[in-house]
Ligand binder design. Structure first.
Ligand code: HEC
Length: 105
């Protein structure tokens, strides 16, 4: 019991440190989601692959609208549709705020 709690705190601290390292003081979407996005878009919002757009410093409203469009299927893209399909509007708003707050390249 006590050990479980210690583990949970440990995980929370690791997540907090990851988000803090990315310079995101404003928004705190679920850390695990950010890590999934980071695989393609980078934890700093700078994509390493030429096929993937940078998100850092992008207009918050624009990011929000694009993710809503991926979720609804209005903007078609297989991977982004897959990523957005189960997200709540709140989660999308938090992700948009997170990436908009990062320094652009
Ligand atoms: C498997 C790789 C991959 C993952 C994982 C991924 N993305 Fe994307 N994302 C892309 C690609 C590729 C595009 C460009 C889509 C296109 O060409 O229309 C994109 C586009 C976007 C855009 C639109 C950017 C623009 O300039 O129009 C946003 C916003 C976005 N992703 C956010 C996210 C978020 C938030 C997550 C995590 C929940 C995420 N992505 C996870 C590959 C990925």
């Amino acid at each position: 019991m006590r050990q479980d709690r210690a583990l949970a705190w440990g995980a929370a601290i690791v997540l907090a440190a990851t988000v803090a390292a990315a310079g995101a003081a404003l928004a705190e979407p679920r850390g695990s989601v950010i890590e999934e996005c980071a695989a393609c878009h980078g934890l700093d919002g700078i994509a390493r692959d030429t096929e993937v757009p940078h998100l850092a410093g992008q207009n918050e409203r624009y990011l929000f609208n694009q993710m809503m469009a991926f979720r609804s299927g209005k903007r078609t893209h297989k991977e982004m549709r897959y990523m957005a399909r189960h997200m709540s509007g709140q989660e999308i708003a938090a992700l948009a705020a997170y990436y908009a707050a990062l320094p652009p390249r």
